[in-house]
Design a protein around this ligand. Structure first.
Ligand SMILES: [Zn+2]
Length: 272
């Protein structure tokens, strides 16, 4: 009887935690309150900035570019959410973009809109449109609650029924902070591969759409992955390419979604 009740509790907790994403239409398992995650993100973001070297935008073209691309992507996202009556989904977002000095080829966006690009990514993203596609990808992880999903899975497995309580009580504990860091992609060699397979493909697809809306050619996402693939065929393939989904699979999926993104593409400098 108690076991059945417990089972009922777990099942209903899971049912409550399942929601459909308004943009992607995908059903998601998310246990953590978004506002709490955003609060945690602000703390982690500040702590990250104070222990890393932020590149100033004054007289630095790369930092200016990162800033500009960030603003355009955020502008596109905001318009899209407004036009589709989804503006409430962006509640609590306080967007910010920084370029940080680091050899790592990484970038991430935390829940609530704190975006960081590492200087080590720029040789791979190569041009402004390439960067836009990566940043659009990272922003999608935040928008679609991928961090929440990843944390929820881990916390559910570890804490069972008292999941949210456990999170609230331990929010500033080392374990939770580490879990958050992993779920954001803070420590990964390449932020564009930090998440699960479906999440990565979803972020790739919408990364192209936001880029196109922001005036950047979505084809650059494919060019980027072709560069990665070329690297992976050398004698010394970067380790991050051994994780899923592989470049081939991503290119195939990006090609499939390119026509959709092209519908939104207005090259910069053209009207309408
Ligand atoms: Zn990713």
């Amino acid at each position: 009887m108690i076991r059945n009740l417990l089972l009922l509790f777990v099942v209903s907790a899971i049912a409550i935690a399942c929601s459909t994403n308004a943009v992607t239409g995908r059903s998601q398992f998310k246990l953590l309150p978004e506002a709490e995650l955003q609060q945690m993100a602000v703390t982690e973001y500040q702590s990250f900035l104070s222990s890393n070297k932020v590149v100033s935008t004054s007289n630095n073209r790369d930092a200016e570019m990162v800033n500009r691309v960030g603003q355009r992507i955020v502008g596109a996202v905001t318009n899209y959410y407004r036009q589709n009556n989804l503006a409430s989904n962006l509640e609590g977002y306080q967007w910010e973009t920084k370029l940080v000095q680091s050899d790592q080829a990484n970038a991430w966006c935390m829940p609530g809109g704190k975006i960081v690009v590492y200087t080590g990514l720029l040789p791979i993203s190569q041009n402004e449109a390439g960067l836009a596609n990566v940043m659009g990808h990272e922003v999608s992880h935040a928008l679609f609650g991928h961090t929440n999903e990843r944390m929820s899975q881990t916390i559910a497995a570890q804490y069972g029924g008292s999941i949210v309580d456990a999170f609230m009580a331990n929010k500033s504990s080392g374990t939770m902070r580490q879990l958050f860091g992993t779920a954001v992609g803070l420590g990964s060699q390449l932020g564009i591969m930090a998440f699960g397979r479906n999440q990565e493909l979803e972020a790739d697809r919408y990364g192209m759409i936001w880029s196109a809306m922001a005036g950047y050619n979505p084809q650059e996402a494919i060019n980027l992955w072709q560069r990665m693939q070329a690297q992976s065929q050398g004698n010394n393939p970067p380790e991050f390419l051994s994780t899923h989904p592989g470049p081939e699979r991503r290119i195939e999926q990006l090609q499939k979604h390119l026509p959709e993104a092209m519908k939104y593409y207005r090259p910069m400098g053209t009207s309408k």
